[in-house]
Design a protein around this ligand. Sequence first.
Ligand SMILES: *Cc1c(COP(=O)(O)O)cnc(C)c1O
Length: 430
Amino acid sequence: MAGPFATSRRPSGLRPIGLLTLRGAALHSWYMTEIFAGSFTQQDPLPQEALDAAMAVLGHGRIHRYNVAEGETAEAALLEQDFAVLTGARYCLAVASGGYAMTTALRAVGIGHGDKVLSNAFTLAPVPGAIAAVGAEPVFVGVTEDLTIDLNDLEAKADQARVLLLSHMRGHICDMDRLMAICDAAGITVIEDCAHTMGAAWRGVASGRHGRVGCYSMQTYKHVNSGEGGFLITDDEEIAARAILMSGSYMLYERHLASPAPEVFERFKYDMPNISGRMDNLRAAILRPQIARLDEQVARWNDRYRALENGLRGTPGLAVIDRPEHEAYVGSSIQVLLLDWAVDRIREVVSRCAARGVELKWFGANEPVGFTSKYDQWRYAASEPMPASDRILAGLLDMRVPLSFSLDDCALIARIIRAEVGAVYQTGPA
Ligand SMILES: *Cc1c(COP(=O)(O)O)cnc(C)c1O
């Protein structure tokens, strides 16, 4: 596996390797160690089918989802049907973003101004943002060393809210059997944020199908790419009807396919405000071929994830996250813990990796940077100090795994992280 210039057993440092270019590694200078020259933000191009489908929509100009020719079914309605079939949900609504799917789900289960909503302390900003958008307040639940929601903390706080917005943050799925038992016993409605688990499952059941509602994102950095987009799935006809009415259906709900019967809409149509956030036919057209090959993409992500994990496992001072037996994950990002390391030393690891082309995100930073921020930086939402979660977040490093990485790239990146963590670790106890 390791190339001729692998550094894993040797202390990191400057060594002559001559004027060479490895695949995925560019020459840095004539006596430097190997570096990674790839991009952490470069996406795969869309499949040709998606390009053709987009051109067809652009060619006829009926981009608005309710603008259909005689006898035509809109791409947006077909997309919803495709995703309902894929997940086994009765109803599916495609919308403008993942954040919109979550706010719509919260409104559709009756959450509004002043209500409390249980949610993860470890997640990304759109999750507390969705709660704030409906005028509600998050009650943060802690994170464990498995990077999943702390179920003991959830149990302790179960009487504080009647809805849980559960974020499967970075694709880590908690023990869903225990979570649902806790929530069912306490009468808590579960909305799943599956922005990082589209294509994943717990005990063979698709992520998003355990709770009452599942929400997904089709934003460029997620598992399918339409720039922006979201799905909401549910088996509950009343939630589905409310969500479709709210999303801006102008009473054209009969043009949906994965939707309840018209009588269900009749019950709610005078009570639901129109809060436009529709999917359009152009984005739907480029999503359908991607949904059709999601499984194939998941396999490619997991090959890359395992190459990284294998290269990192056993690094002194670094813990990889063991994945539970019942979890079928999508390795579109990888996390490691430098638990109980001093802040300065973690910063040093991050900057040494960055100098070698490896971009690690750190959840322990004092200021929100890029995608990473933490619960006590969302000042619009009150929070109590959570020392056990702070300890985890302080040591948490995170890296995206774009499909544009080759398996050799992944092995190289793992060698770089291993070497730099090793170099800092060797300099003494944290
Ligand atoms: C991306 C993301 C969302 C949804 O985000 P949008 O940008 O609104 O599509 C929700 N939750 C998490 C954890 C995310 O990373």
